[in-house]
Design a protein. Structure first.
Length: 153
């Protein structure tokens, strides 16, 4: 079976186009390779590739160590103060202004403490209460202390 002339021409044109495309890619690859290996002998190239592989391995080890450090930091940070609540109030009508306050300092699990200051004309008193899971451990909380804990969330 003999192919018609115009079909043969199209096949030839397609193969020629394909050959040109492959030639362009090959020339670009060779040019890139020559640019990378300019002024380098075969021994130098092997040495450089070996050093690159060693550096890649060192980088991977450092990345793994950094990942472990980050995991450790994320675990430790959960117990640090993350939530702060503050409220000012006036507990005694005879004194002017909101000189008293409650300050709550809590971690991720709402554990920490509340520091309260009650200011009167004669003295200022400070009270500290331990908080665990958002609740007072041993003493009752005043309304202001509860608001300070609520503001910390």
């Amino acid at each position: 079976m003999i192919l018609e002339a115009h079909i043969l021409q199209w096949i030839t044109l397609g193969l020629l186009t394909w050959l040109i495309i492959l030639s362009v890619f090959s020339i670009r690859s060779i040019y890139h390779y020559n640019k990378l290996t300019k002024n380098i002998t075969k021994k130098d190239l092997k040495k450089i590739l070996s050093e690159l592989m060693n550096q890649t391995n060192l980088n991977q080890k450092e990345i793994n160590a950094l990942g472990k450090s980050i995991d450790l930091i994320q675990t430790k940070i959960k117990s640090h103060i993350q939530k702060i609540g503050f409220i000012r109030f006036n507990p005694f009508p005879q004194t002017g202004g909101d000189q008293s306050f409650s300050l709550s300092l809590l971690d991720e699990k709402d554990t920490g403490f509340v520091l309260s200051s009650l200011h009167s004309r004669n003295a200022t008193r400070f009270y500290a209460k331990t908080i665990k899971n958002g609740k007072a451990e041993d003493l009752k909380l005043s309304n202001e202390e509860k608001k300070a804990i609520k503001n910390a969330k």
